[in-house]
Write a protein that binds this ligand. Structure first.
Ligand code: FAD
Length: 302
């Protein structure tokens, strides 16, 4: 981005909300990635519309980021604008509905549900993303998926119009949605839960989070499960059976604790991680004839 565009971006989004040359390692759970040209903190829908319209008009690439927990950013970083939704994160509870701005963390939405004795979202309480990222990805765990609790989603579409989609219009699939395929932007999400018992919900959340801590390598930076679950198999089991537990390139490593995770055990680069991913894919294909598809979203020039 040249100086004129940087200056115009500041005028549109406000000086305090625009940051240049920001390390993407600082914005992602993998702690990997070179600098983004600019990061813009979003506080309200109008700002988001203005920034996206500006980027489109000036032919600047942009990318929506939630909590950066499903991303692998290239070592060269990102040429364009990272639109940061974490700063738009209000949550309101109305009867059995939770109304969340897209940047609200799932853990905070789940806490709001617990405080109102609403059941149905314990499965999501330990997923480290935002509600926006979770809806786009149809995040899921322990038998639950976002599609089970989404009542409606307000999005900004590719023509700059605001639409409200009912849950069943989002075409949720395994780690997939219409919103993801169309590259629409989630502005807010209404979750429909059920009245329940505070203590039972609290126990369920505690239990699932203990199971998560026991099974997952949460002591190392990662982006969660590296691969999607292939039909009829479990990625972690295939990787372990292929003898790849602990397989390492530089500081990127197939976790010893959970083979479905590639972890950053020091100063891993995206090149290290991609080498591990590619070796795992070719070994699993060679040994079991199963294709592993990354779940992690790869951003920037590889
Ligand atoms: C330790 C660990 C455990 C995990 N466990 C699970 C799990 O159990 N289940 C699971 O499903 N995932 C899991 N994940 C992965 C990740 O947390 C989820 O995919 C989560 O939904 C991503 O949310 P995010 O806000 O971090 O999205 P990001 O990583 O910031 O972005 C992911 C994608 O969503 C898009 N996006 C983000 N916000 C918006 C928005 N407002 N509008 C439009 N697009 C948007 C981005 O452009 C990108 O394409 C785990 C990750 C980690 C690190």
């Amino acid at each position: 981005m040249n100086d004129t565009k940087c200056h115009q971006l500041i005028q549109i989004a406000g000086e305090e909300n625009v940051h240049f040359d920001v390390s993407m390692a600082s914005l992602t759970s993998f702690k990997i990635g070179g600098p983004a040209d600019a990061v813009v903190d979003i506080h309200q829908t109008e700002d988001l519309k203005n920034v996206v319209a500006f980027a489109d008009e000036k032919d600047i690439s942009y990318f929506l980021i939630g909590n950066g927990t499903n991303l692998l950013v290239s070592d060269g970083g990102y040429r364009g604008i990272i639109v940061n939704t974490r700063t738009m994160s209000n949550i309101k509870v109305k009867d059995t509905m939770i109304i969340c701005e897209s940047g609200a963390l799932l853990s905070r939405c789940a806490k709001a549900a617990l405080d109102a004795s609403l059941e149905g979202m314990a499965f999501a309480s330990g997923i480290p993303g935002t509600i926006g990222g979770a809806v786009v990805m149809n995040a899921g765990a322990y038998g639950g998926e976002m599609k089970d609790i989404v009542e409606s989603v307000t999005v900004l579409d590719d023509l700059g119009d605001i639409r409200i989609l009912k849950g069943d219009e989002c075409q949720f699939g395994y780690r997939d949605s219409l919103i993801k395929r169309n590259k629409w932007i989630v502005l807010s999400v209404n979750l429909r839960l059920r009245q329940g018992d505070y203590n039972i919900i609290k126990e369920e959340m505690k239990d699932l989070n203990t199971r998560r801590r026991d099974k997952q390598p949460l002591n190392y930076p990662s982006a969660g499960s590296t691969f999607k679950r292939p039909a009829g198999h479990f990625a972690a089991k295939l990787i372990e059976d292929a003898g790849l537990k602990g397989y390492r390139v530089g500081d990127a490593c197939v976790s010893e604790k959970h083979s479905g995770f590639v972890v950053n055990v020091g100063k891993a680069t995206s090149k290290d991680v991609l080498s591990v991913i590619s070796h795992v894919q070719s070994e699993v294909k060679r040994q079991f004839d199963v294709e592993l598809e990354p779940e992690v979203i790869i951003l920037g020039e590889i």
